[in-house]
Design a protein around this ligand. Structure first.
Ligand SMILES: NC(=O)c1ccc[n+]([C@@H]2O[C@H](COP(=O)([O-])OP(=O)(O)OC[C@H]3O[C@@H](n4cnc5c(N)ncnc54)[C@H](O)[C@@H]3O)[C@@H](O)[C@H]2O)c1
Length: 329
């Protein structure tokens, strides 16, 4: 049984609290958030303790592991403090908003010896994981093209977008990790950004983008992102290989189809947003983390993966602004 503390009682903190509380090998021990009664409210839902200062989490002898769900600029400081206190860490993406922050902390990050895993939950989505396993098993031969479609149902408020680091660091970061999961090292990034919503354009960020990634193997990934989608949270993936293709479709609450005089084969909308769509992925991500901590093995998505995804986000940002592909050394 792993005693887990959650730092940050916001949107993702709620997802992790629910997941930890429901996990048979985890105990939600402590929730931390400095603002208002956020920590106390979330903790009391699950009979956990609460605090306002992250130092209390790091000093707590009962806490074995920490889930970092604080705002992105606090990820490195919280990760390092937890690791120094000998706690295992499951940290949310992205590792930072700027590679300069990663570089400034690189010696300390390299010195971390406690288990650290990053929240690239899509690797653990049962459909995407099944596609990945089938590719690894050679079911479609050599992988030639990967297409990742990720559209949110609605854009977050402009205030969030202003501090998010931009669409590539905030949203596409998951897809960069998925592309690396399937294709390995990426050598070239070409991104096209779109300004579809004038309110988001005013923040200076794109609200939709198409990115192509060339892998060292010669395979190419295409990532299609949009901050809004009229039909809901659109999350699909296709892997195309020499001998076949694999397709992971959208997930719905059930598989019933309606046909009448107006429509044929009409289905429910897609599951609404990340909490519902990726509930299994968060659960399996947590299981992988607990398994690695308890077995003393290396967690599947470490600091190097988080840094590689951020590097791709920075290259995509540069490419979308310059209109030129960016080669990665
Ligand atoms: N993996 C995913 O699917 C996913 C989904 C959403 C968000 N995220 C990531 O999770 C992080 C948080 O995002 P969010 O949407 O939950 O944001 P949020 O603003 O809803 O929550 C962040 C919380 O952290 C708290 N906080 C601020 N300073 C703190 C401190 N010093 N110590 C402890 N808590 C502090 C805030 O009060 C807030 O409650 C971001 O890095 C985001 O990219 C990941």
């Amino acid at each position: 049984m792993l005693n887990i503390a959650i730092i940050g009682a916001g949107r993702i903190g709620h997802v992790h609290a629910r997941t930890v509380a429901a996990h048979p090998q985890a105990n939600l021990a402590l929730v931390c958030d400095p603002f208002g009664d956020a920590a106390q409210k979330l903790a009391s839902q699950y009979g956990a303790r609460s605090c306002k200062d992250a130092e209390e989490v790091f000093a707590d002898p009962e806490v074995d592991a920490v889930v970092v769900g604080s705002p992105t600029p606090l990820h490195i400081p919280h990760l390092l403090a937890a690791a120094k206190a000998d706690k295992a860490v499951l940290c949310e993406k992205p590792i930072a908003l700027d590679m300069k922050d990663v570089e400034a902390a690189s010696a300390e990050l390299d010195a971390v010896t406690t288990p650290v895993m990053f929240g690239f939950n899509r690797r653990f989505d049962p459909s995407f994981a099944t596609v990945h396993a089938a590719v690894q098993d050679g079911k479609i031969g050599a992988l030639e093209q990967l297409t990742i479609i990720s559209r949110d149902p609605a854009a977050p408020p402009a205030e969030y977008i202003k501090v998010s680091g931009g669409i590539f660091r905030d949203m596409t970061i998951h897809d960069f990790d998925t592309a690396r999961f399937f294709l390995g090292d990426i050598v070239e990034v070409h991104a096209v950004g779109q300004h579809l919503d004038p309110a988001i354009a005013e923040t200076g960020d794109f609200d939709a983008a198409v990115v192509t990634l060339k892998a060292a193997s010669g395979a190419v990934a295409t990532i299609i992102n949009n901050r809004h989608c009229a039909s809901g949270y659109d999350q699909r993936l296709e892997a195309s290989g020499r001998d076949g293709a694999l397709l992971a479709e959208n997930v719905r609450a059930h598989t019933v189809r309606l046909s009448n005089a107006e429509v044929t084969d009409a289905q429910e909308p897609y599951l609404d947003f990340f909490l519902e769509r990726y509930a299994d992925a968060y659960r399996l991500e947590l299981s992988a983390f607990i398994e690695a901590v308890e077995a003393g093995t290396t967690p599947p998505t470490g600091i190097a993966d988080a840094v590689a995804a951020l590097r791709l986000a920075e290259a995509a940002t540069e490419s979308a602004h310059s209109g030129q592909p960016v080669r990665l050394a």
